[in-house]
Design a protein around this ligand. Sequence first.
Ligand SMILES: [Zn+2]
Length: 325
Amino acid sequence: MGKNLSYTAVGLDRAHHRRRDDAWIAGRRADEKTRIVPVWRDRSLISPGAATIEGTPGDTPEAVLLDGKEAQALLAEADHVTLLGLDGDTAYFAADISERDDSARDALAGGGEFHDLRRVGALMAGPEAALLAYARGFMHWHRGHVFCGLCGNPTESHDGGHRRRCANAEDPHNHFPRTDPAVIMLVSHDNPQGNGPACLLGRQSRWAEGMYSTLAGFVEPGETLEEAVAREVLEESGVRVANVEYKASQPWPFPSSLMLGFRVRAETTDIEIDDREVEDAQWFRPEQVRSFGEWGAATPGEKRLPRKDSISRWLIEGWLEDVGA
Ligand SMILES: [Zn+2]
């Protein structure tokens, strides 16, 4: 199906075999070619004056990476550092400076501005957005694991930032980067309302006005992906599904999800929403979905599509292609 998903294909060699070589890591950190992806309180460093998807005018956002003296200054101040990988013989690291106040942060920022990737990612070139997403996800994990969740001791970073080990003298616990699986599914039916094929979209009250999206939810312990898909659709809409077909996945580090995208067929068509989870769910015919406004740009009262960088949008566009005109 269609175009590449946002935040995928970061394009670095993750250098898995070198991570445990502390001397090699130290050499890469000190190399003046090394490029740093700075993160401050989950925000990414972007070219100044960049546009945002809420419609703020500005230039196309570009990632600001630091190298040379700027990189060394930032690494010296960083609370957390992770080797992201190699591009040829150039190493990339993420460095978190969340503990710095605004002025210390700006002094280290090399002329960029820190923005929430959710506000600029959809406007960026794919590999850059993927690199920022990768760095953001890693730094979020480090910040949330400075103490051991099992014994409460402080933890230390190892393996180039790919493992944290706690200071428990008797039995140190190892912690590895986490990502939370979430299922997201385009539910379709050939003829739910007697006028041709339609897909099931819903909305939550906290979303942007008028936005409808595919249903989604987190996978629970003891559950297969197929079971999670069926449970979430039933809980949110009252619709029973079958033929759960995997389509694609997307890292979604807001803060730490991996979205697993599916196409599923509805076996029942009556909708009964759980209003604790969704505010509304409806069957929409292709021509209705095509008339939706753009995320962030719809006129009041108009329904709108999910954001362009989301797998929800990708699943909807794939379905529209498949059902044709
Ligand atoms: Zn521990």
